[in-house]
Design a protein. Structure first.
Length: 280
C-alpha cells in the first residue's frame, strides 16, 4: 500500500524496518537555522535522514525571489538520490512544527513526480506520545537514482499578476490572520497580502492534538472557502512558500486535487513595490 498524503504513527511503527521505506526529518526554525541539525543529532526517529529547509529544500536568494526560492529540479533530484529515494521508495517526512516544514518536502517530491510521500500525522510529538523511540545513530545512505518528472503544479509572480483580476485563479494565503491583514509583520519588509486573496491559516487544518482534521471535515471547510470554485483555480501562497504547502496537502487529504503553489509567495511579491498590495 502506498501512502500519498498522511501516515499515522502506528503504521510507521509497524513498518519502520521496511526496506523500501525512508524517513526524513526536516525540523527547522526560521529564527534559529541551526536548530534542525542540532535536534536531529540529539535524537531522531530510527533510520531518519535529515534535510535542511534552507540548504536542501530551497535555492539561492537574490533579493527578489523570496526567502525560500525553489531549488532547481536537478539539485533536488541529486539530493533525493543521495539519501536513497528512487521510484519504489515510500517516503515519510516529519517535523515538530505541526507539519509546516514537512509539507514543503511533501510538495517538492510530488512536484518532482514522486507520489509515494506522506507526512507523519502529528509529527514528532505524536511519535513520542505512542512511546516511539529516538536514536542518535546515523543512517547509512543508500545511493539511488531519482528521476525527476516535474509537474505543472507551480505558478510564478507574473502568472499571478496577469490573472489577478480574473476568475482564472483563486488565491489562498496560509499565513496567520494578522500577517494576512498586514499587521505585526516581523519577517518581511512590508506587511500586507496579494489583493483578492482569502485567508486560510494553515493551522486551521489541524485538530487540537496537532493531527490533521478528518478528511470529510477538511472537505466541508475547504468547499465552503472555495464557494463554488474548482480546486484547479486555487493558488496557494504564504510568506515564503513553506506553510502554503500545508494547505495544498490539506486539500489533497480532502480529495480536492489540482491546486497549485505560488512558491515565491509574499516575500517575493513585496520585493517589487510596483506590484499591487492590500492591507486591512
Amino acid at each position: 500500500m502506498n501512502f500519498t498524503t498522511l501516515v499515522d504513527t502506528a503504521t510507521l511503527a509497524a513498518l519502520l524496518d521496511e526496506p523500501d521505506w525512508l524517513i526524513v526529518d526536516v525540523r527547522h526554525q526560521l529564527a534559529d537555522t541551526a536548530y534542525g541539525e542540532r535536534v536531529y543529532a540529539a535524537g531522531h526517529i530510527p533510520g531518519a535522514h535529515f534535510l535542511h529547509c534552507d540548504c536542501d529544500l530551497s535555492g539561492a536568494m537574490n533579493g527578489t525571489n523570496g526567502r525560500h526560492p525553489l531549488p532547481s529540479a536537478d539539485k533536488l533530484a541529486a539530493r533525493f538520490g543521495e539519501i536513497g529515494i528512487d521510484s519504489k521508495t515510500q517516503v515519510v517526512v516529519y517535523d515538530d512544527a505541526q507539519g509546516m516544514v514537512a509539507g514543503r518536502l511533501w510538495w517538492l517530491l510530488r512536484w518532482m513526480g514522486h507520489d509515494q510521500v506522506a507526512v507523519l500525522d502529528g509529527g514528532l510529538q505524536a511519535w513520542l506520545a505512542i512511546g516511539g523511540a529516538l536514536t542518535q545513530d546515523l543512517p547509512v545512505p543508500r545511493a539511488a537514482n531519482f528521476v525527476a518528472n516535474v509537474r505543472d503544479s507551480l505558478v510564478d509572480a507574473n502568472y499571478v499578476q496577469n490573472f489577478l483580476a480574473t476568475s482564472r485563479i483563486f488565491l489562498v494565503d496560509a499565513r496567520s490572520p494578522d500577517r494576512y491583514r498586514g499587521e505585526n509583520e516581523s519577517i518581511d519588509p512590508i506587511g500586507g497580502r496579494v489583493p483578492g486573496a482569502v485567508n486560510r491559516f494553515f493551522r486551521e487544518n489541524l485538530q487540537e492534538n496537532g493531527c490533521f482534521k478528518p478528511a470529510e471535515q477538511l472537505r466541508t471547510e475547504w468547499l465552503a472557502a472555495l464557494a463554488g470554485r474548482s480546486a484547479e483555480q486555487v493558488v496557494h501562497y504564504c510568506g515564503s512558500g513553506v506553510s502554503a504547502c500545508h494547505n495544498v496537502l490539506a486539500m489533497e487529504v480532502a480529495g480536492l486535487l489540482g491546486s497549485r503553489l505560488y512558491a515565491g509567495s509574499w516575500s517575493e511579491w513585496c520585493s517589487l513595490p510596483s506590484r499591487p498590495m492590500a492591507q486591512g
